[in-house]
Design a protein around this ligand. Structure first.
Ligand code: ADP
Length: 623
């Protein structure tokens, strides 16, 4: 219910269109009733020789009462009706012309209102969903890392794409259907009662007699078809099992046993299948028979009424038409319910995602950080993703321009530690400061604006090389882009690409090697020229030449910047001013490479295990 109310909130800006849509839809629905009503004069006045039909004057007390009511309360409508009646019952010889004129007018009205309602409903639905999508995307993109790690990409994509589509279909089409078919149905029922109340009661209450068996047949059919499908699956499993294990079957001479099992399975399948076929084959004839019996009864009744002069052939035909016209709305309304429910649950899912609190929010009145100032400090930082802390009581000072290498085994907490700095997550305890300001008191824009990130997984957008390097900047200075690319050892390979800096890369673009992608990411960071750098070196092995180019580029990048680097290369570690060794979320050791090696602690162990094997080889070969 609340989902419905919230959806209504999104519809509000388009209420003029919605009113236009509803208005024209009601008119369109009423033309359906008028069409059914026109069958009577079409048969009695247009298709019959003038004067051949004995006109029936029916005493409709309810109709008369309604007329009196209208006369008293809406005299204008009453006068219009009087004028219409006079025109309608005027010169009998021209009645046929009048009927045809009205028929034509009805079709013109239908054409206009059908277009209007269809377009207006689509306009409302599509616009509403556009707004919803925009809002959803905006919320999502501002969410913290936690939001993205807790959800699969597919889930988020389906909220924005398919759930929004389901809502759009419901608003544009189903709501329209619901309204149109309800009005048509009510109109047709009123008309049936107007024509012949007795016949109307009999038909409306008699109809379920036909409908109920059909529903029953449907239910049984579904059940037996399901059973038959289950048996088929059993056969498939049996087949797969025995074909795959055919050697065992043969080795144990189990062929007769397996054949027996297979025969039993096919026998069961046949039984359920035949049972389904029996029901299916029965449905149509039973339906037709029941409908036929009703038809005979209706015609017998009509014949007696026509003979008695209380019903005309045209009226009866009109009645049957109205009855037949009710079938489509009933069927559609049945479906509308289902798809409205689908849309409502889609809306609930979308709203739930919209309502997820962002756990990294900017404080009101947050201050803008201008520079790295006195440096970065982690003070007693503890962090937990949920249960166990993954960082415990971390104290770390990074002086301006200092390069701090983080090393430690997998899962030690290195990535978590660096992710806290740009507030991808917020610390659980303690605080992180930049130039003495708690990062939680600063604006996210200024905080992240101070930082450059080069991550293991290089994200390139489906755009030109130039725009990838100058990501997010307007008015790109070509010289700056080239300077950044050159410092990242990327200029040369970029100029060798088919369209140089204008080459589109990313999903649908040219393929770049791992080393080239890394150098582009480094160029991007160089272009941004941030005072603080967060680096997560790639662990994947590059060939020696690539490794050398990347290392050089990284050295250029780190030059003069306050750097936190998750180091996997010995050369990076050597050039770091300080190495911090993390072990199970704690700082185990701090010092320079030589100091730590001498201590023969965790670092020494890591070094022996990790760096000596691969990096040293590269180090010696490459640098
Ligand atoms: P490292 O970078 O040193 O390999 P991480 O910082 O990635 O270590 O991980 C530290 C610990 O936190 C690991 O035990 C890891 O399983 C856990 N962890 C990392 N990311 C998440 C997350 N998004 N949700 C829950 N636990 C996480």
């Amino acid at each position: 219910m609340t989902a419905l109310r919230r959806l209504y909130g999104y519809l509000r800006p388009y209420r003029v269109w919605a009113i236009a849509a509803i208005g024209s839809m009601i008119v369109f629905a009423l033309t359906q009733v008028v069409l059914a009503a026109l069958v009577q004069p079409l048969i009695d006045d247009v298709l019959t020789r003038p004067g051949a039909v004995h006109k029936v004057e029916r005493p409709h007390s309810t109709v008369a009462e309604a007329e009196t009511f209208v006369q008293q309360h809406a005299p204008a409508i009453y006068r219009a009706k009087q004028r219409f009646d006079r025109w309608w019952s005027g010169d009998a010889s021209h009645k046929a012309d009048r009927v045809l004129t009205i028929l034509l007018m009805v079709f013109v009205t239908r054409a206009i209102t059908s277009f209007l309602s269809e377009y207006a409903f689509q306009k409302v639905g599509l616009s509403t969903v556009r707004d919803l999508r925009n809002q959803l995307y905006e919320r999502m993109i501002h969410q913290s890392h936690r939001f993205f790690t807790e959800r699969s990409t597919g889930e988020m994509v389906s909220r924005v794409v398919s759930d929004a589509d389901a809502i759009q279909a419901a608003v544009s089409t189903r709501m329209g259907d619901l309204l149109q078919e309800s009005v048509t149905l009510v109109g047709l029922i009123c008309y049936l009662f107007y024509l012949n109340p007795l016949l109307a009661v009999v038909s409306l209450f008699g109809a379920p007699l036909i409908v109920i068996p059909v529903v029953q047949f449907g239910k049984r059919l579904r059940k037996t078809t399901h059973k038959s499908q289950e048996r088929m699956a059993e056969i498939a499993t049996l087949l797969e099992e025995t074909i795959r294990g055919v050697r065992i079957v043969k080795a144990f001479t189990m062929e007769p046993f397996e054949i027996g099992r297979f025969r039993e399975a096919t026998r069961k399948h046949l039984r359920w299948n035949l049972s389904a076929q029996r029901i299916q084959a029965l449905t149509s004839p039973v339906m037709e028979l029941l409908a036929g019996v009703c038809m005979v009864l209706l015609f017998a009744y009509a014949q007696s009424r026509i003979a008695a002069g209380t019903l005309t052939g045209g009226e009866f035909a009109s009645f049957l038409t109205a009855l037949a016209l009710m079938y489509a709305p009933i069927k559609k309304l049945n479906k509308v319910n289902l798809s409205l429910n689908t849309a409502l649950s889609a809306a609930e899912r979308v709203f739930r995602m919209l309502d997820v609190e962002n756990d990294v929010r900017e404080k009101p009145g947050a201050l803008a950080l201008r520079s790295v100032g006195s440096g970065v400090r982690y003070e007693g930082v503890t962090f937990t993703y949920g249960n166990e802390p993954v960082l415990r009581n971390i104290d770390l000072d990074v002086a301006p321009g200092e390069i701090v290498a983080l090393v430690g085994g997998s899962g030690a907490g290195k990535s978590t530690l660096v992710n806290l700095l740009p507030r991808f997550y917020d610390v659980t305890e303690g605080r992180i400061t930049i130039d003495h300001s708690d990062v939680r008191d600063t604006t996210l824009q200024s905080l992240r604006g101070l930082m450059g990130f080069v991550t293991q997984e290089v994200v390139l957008f489906n755009d030109t090389v130039r725009n990838n390097i100058a990501y997010g900047r307007a008015g790109i200075d070509e010289q700056q882009v080239i300077a950044a690319a050159s410092a990242a050892n990327a200029h040369e390979f970029i100029t060798n690409l088919p369209q140089g800096y204008d080459t589109t890369i990313g999903e649908s673009g040219v393929l770049l090697s791992g080393g080239q992608r890394q150098r582009l990411a480094i160029a991007r960071a160089l272009f941004k020229d941030p005072p603080i750098l967060v680096l997560d070196e790639a662990t994947s092995a590059l060939d020696t030449e690539s490794e050398r180019l990347v290392q050089q580029a990284l050295n250029n990048l780190m030059q003069g910047r306050t750097t936190l680097v998750i180091a996997h290369r010995l050369s990076t570690i050597r050039s770091a001013h300080k190495i911090v060794v993390l072990d199970k979320g704690r700082i185990a050791e701090t010092g320079t490479h030589e100091e730590l090696l001498g201590r023969r602690g965790v670092y020494r162990k890591l070094y022996d295990l990790q760096f000596v094997d691969d990096d040293l080889v590269k180090d010696v070969a490459g640098c």
